[in-house]
Design a protein around this ligand. Structure first.
Ligand SMILES: O=C(O)CCC(=O)C(=O)O
Length: 278
């Protein structure tokens, strides 16, 4: 998929660009069934809410590991995601910094405080804020079910002072400090709710100011995310406690576009194994 000049300009101006029904109902059903399957694993790459329900499933895009899924391996490489990410980052050599699936369950799926992704990722040693993430909606996202909010154009501003919040949710988050975010929101364009049906996709910049609320609705709100980073922008070593591989991937090999844009198929290992067969 090739972005038009106007889509590219929109990304550069607003910090995000959306695509309606980029994935079919069958593809969304496949991705959801894969998350149900890998969500049964006993793995540290699965983060739970304090209630015990699943909050995030990481690392479903690799060919190995307890949360691995061939469909997600292929999703990372589909020309529908990878090609626009290459375009907005002006770099053909991208790898997945991480893949995460936020399973914001009905009633108990909790908030993501206002933050910038690069607010965390700078602490992981990423040299420059030239990264972009594709969100794929696996359910209907509404304000009621805890959709994202973006502050348009905020990626062109500074990296705001952030603190590590270990109180609000089960998983620590680098959130923008309250005085800074309060002032910023008062003086910025109004945040927009990123609502949409299953199959909608949104590509966004790693410095966009965003957050999301609690899921008060009776319906789950599953989102899949692929965070793309140029291989040349891989993290520098950090002095202490580097985060684990499922959240800061050490696999910097540039991704190849899928030759056939089909999420139904094998992942790398299986492709290699098939090719090696006599
Ligand atoms: O899925 C959400 O509601 C928010 C996720 C998010 O902002 C993040 O993972 O950085």
């Amino acid at each position: 998929m090739v972005l038009t000049e106007s889509q590219l300009a929109q990304f550069d101006r607003d910090g995000f660009v959306r695509f309606e029904k980029l994935f079919s109902d069958d593809e969304i059903a496949l991705l959801k069934s894969e998350l149900v399957r890998v969500g049964q694993a006993d793995s540290e790459a699965i983060i739970r809410e304090r209630t015990g329900s699943v909050r995030t499933i990481y690392r479903s895009h690799e060919p190995d590991g307890p949360t691995a899924s061939p469909a997600f391996w292929r999703l990372a490489r589909t020309p529908r995601l990878l090609a626009p990410a290459q375009q907005v980052l002006r770099d053909d050599e991208l790898y997945i910094f991480h893949c995460k699936n936020n399973i914001k369950t009905a009633i108990d799926g909790t908030v993501w405080l206002w933050h910038q992704d690069y607010g965390y990722w700078q602490h992981d040693g990423i040299p420059t804020p030239t990264m972009a993430t594709f969100l794929v909606m696996l359910d209907e996202a509404t304000e009621y079910s805890g959709s994202l909010y973006f502050v348009p154009g905020s990626h062109n501003g500074p990296v705001h002072p952030a603190y590590k919040d270990e109180v609000t949710t089960s998983y620590p988050q680098w959130a923008i400090e309250k005085p800074a975010i309060t002032q910023y929101l008062k003086n910025s364009p109004r945040a927009v709710a990123i609502e949409g049906g299953p199959g909608t996709a949104v590509l966004f910049h790693c410095k966009i100011v965003h957050g999301s609320g609690h899921n008060l609705s009776p319906n789950d709100r599953w989102h899949a995310y692929m965070a793309y980073n140029p291989s040349a922008n891989r993290p520098n070593p950090v002095p202490a406690n580097p985060r684990t591989d499922y959240v800061v991937s050490r696999n910097y090999a540039p991704l190849d576009l899928l030759p056939n844009d089909d999420l139904n198929g094998p992942a790398a290992r299986l492709v290699e194994a098939a090719a090696a067969r006599p």
